[in-house]
Each structure stands twice: as C-alpha cells, then as structure tokens.
Design a protein around this ligand. Structure first.
Ligand SMILES: NC(=O)c1ccc[n+]([C@@H]2O[C@H](COP(=O)([O-])OP(=O)(O)OC[C@H]3O[C@@H](n4cnc5c(N)ncnc54)[C@H](OP(=O)(O)O)[C@@H]3O)[C@@H](O)[C@H]2O)c1
Length: 275
C-alpha cells in the first residue's frame, strides 16, 4: 500500500513521534522513507537516533520529496507553516493534517493544494491503541484514501466520517477523551489513598480496573449501563456510591466538559468547516 511512498512530518512533537512509531511497527515503510522537520535540531537528532528517520530544520526541504505530508504542528503555528509551504507541496502528494480545529478549507487555501485528509487521533496512539476519526477532501484519489487509512490504522482504530463537523465532535470526545479518563483515574487513585492504600497499590488497583472494564465492555459488546447494573446489587456498595456520584452531577459535568471542548475546537478552527 505504501510502497514507493515517502512521508514528511512537519512538526516533530509527541503525535508525530506516535505516528512514526506506528508506521514503523506496522512495517508500512522503511525509516529512510520518513523525514521529520521542526525548529530544533536536537529533536530531529533524537528521532533519528530512536527510529532511524531522516530530519531537517527546513520544512520546505522535508515536503519537497514527499508523497504524504503530515501537518503535526500546534494550531497556533499552523498559519505560519501554511504560508511558508504554499506552492511547495508536490502536486501528487496527500496532505494529512492532525491539527485540532483546522478546517480542510483553511489548509486547501493556505497550501493551494486539493488532496487533504483531516484527522483527529488521540494520545493512546503512542502505544498503538489510539482512536482516530478522519475525513477526506473531494480532491483526493482512491489510492490516497487507502494510504491515509493505512497510516492512521497504524495508530490503532480509525473511522472515516463524511463531514468535518464529525471530526470536531470527535475532537471533543475521543481526541480530548484521554484527558477525561486520566483525570477520572487520578481522582480514583486519590480516593484510594484517602481510604488508606499506598499510592502504589491504589494506582495498580485503579489502572487494572479501568483497563479491565474497557476490555470487558469492548469484548462483551454489552452496553455500559447493563454492565453497571450487573455490579449494582440492591442496597449494596455500588448503589450507595452511584447515588452519591449522580447527586454530585457526574453525568452533567462530563457532558458540559465535552460540550466546552467542542466549542473550543470550533473557536480554534475559526468555525470555518465548509469543504
Ligand atoms: N496531543 C494530543 O492529544 C493530540 C491529539 C490529537 C491531535 N493533536 C494535534 O496534533 C498536533 C501536534 O500536537 P502535539 O501534541 O504533537 O504537539 P507538540 O508535541 O508540541 O508538537 C508540535 C511540534 O511542532 C514543532 N514546531 C513548532 N513550530 C514549528 C514550525 N514553525 N515548523 C515546524 N514545526 C514546528 C514543535 O517544535 P518545538 O517543540 O521545538 O517548539 C513540536 O515539535 C496539534 O495540532 C494538536 O492539535 C494532538
């Protein structure tokens, strides 16, 4: 699928590294077909030492030979990078952006280029357990669609959606989701310490409980409400705890948090999501 493909990462941070790792682990490409660019030579050298990829501090140089150009800079840096790269992306290349909120129209106009994927991965991609939601512009070919699917599939699970608003919604749910889950885990660990467990034991109990519950829900395909009912005996401990959690507004506050993240995504993207 990716034979004769060369990938350039413009922005060599955490997510770029996760993608490089995934692509190499899946043996989709050899390291010398990957080039990473960013302002710090130390970071380029670090990626070269870890993965054997090539690097440069000149973004234009990275994209000049690429068939897939991954935009993996922070949203605030994107306008500058688009201006810098305008007219330099090879005509046959696919541009794959993971920049939160950045609409396809903004990238297309900024680069004067038509084949664009907009994707929202999440940080579990670093261990191959990511969830990526993506969409693709009308200007992309079937081959480019398959290439994007292969690259994003190397990060974990991926879903192709038909509109950019779904990518914005996914940014708030799965893209930002690990932050909610980690906060929940941290709060549970603290609750365990409050009970009297050592931090080490509390952390082990919470991590395995969260992991086990997720695997159980995924493998059994039983709705979480039903799984929760199975743990909740009449007059038992779960019923008592759930009563307090509901009284404290756990569902409402979670829903408000996700909604706020969605609004923030729309603001970051200038709410310009037409294709
Ligand atoms: N982290 C997440 O959970 C997550 C999930 C999904 C999508 N995303 C998206 O992924 C993108 C990257 O996020 P990240 O977490 O990987 O951030 P990051 O670790 O800060 O990576 C951004 C990289 O861009 C580099 N950079 C800065 N200015 C540049 C320029 N002018 N040209 C080229 N590179 C430049 C930075 O270099 P320096 O460090 O030297 O400044 C850094 O290495 C963001 O747009 C974010 O919205 C992130």
């Amino acid at each position: 699928m990716l034979e004769n493909t060369a990938i350039a990462f413009v922005g060599s941070g955490v997510m770029a590294e996760a993608m490089i790792k995934g692509v190499l682990n899946q043996k989709l490409l050899l390291p010398d077909r990957i080039i990473a660019s960013g302002p710090r030579a130390e970071r380029g050298q670090q990626l070269a030492d870890r993965y054997g990829v090539r690097w440069t501090v000149v973004n234009k140089e990275a994209v000049s030979q690429a068939s897939i150009v991954v935009l993996s800079v922070k949203p605030q840096v994107l306008p500058k990078v688009l201006t810098e790269l305008q007219g330099t992306v090879p005509a046959h290349a696919l541009v794959l952006s993971i920049v939160a909120g950045a609409a396809i129209a903004v990238i297309r106009n900024g680069l004067a280029h038509d084949a664009i994927v907009r994707a929202m991965p999440n940080t579990p991609a670093q261990v191959g357990a990511g969830m990526t939601v993506w969409t693709i512009s009308d200007g992309a070919s079937d081959l480019q669609r398959s290439q994007a699917q292969a690259v994003l599939g190397a990060l974990g699970e991926e879903i192709l959606v038909g509109d950019e608003n779904s990518v914005d919604m996914a940014t708030a749910l799965s893209g930002t989701g690990p932050a909610y889950v980690f906060l929940f885990m941290e709060a549970l660990i603290d609750a365990g310490v409050h009970l009297g467990f050592s931090r080490r034991i509390a952390q082990k109990l919470v991590l395995q409980t969260v992991l086990g519950s997720a695997v159980f829900a995924k493998e059994s395909q039983i709705h979480p409400a039903e799984l929760r009912n199975m743990v909740t005996s009449p007059g038992g401990t779960s019923a008592e705890a759930l009563y307090q959690l509901e009284k404290g507004g756990l569902r409402t506050v979670l829903s408000r948090g996700v909604w706020a993240a969605y609004q923030r995504t729309r603001t970051l993207g200038g709410n310009n999501n037409e294709r």
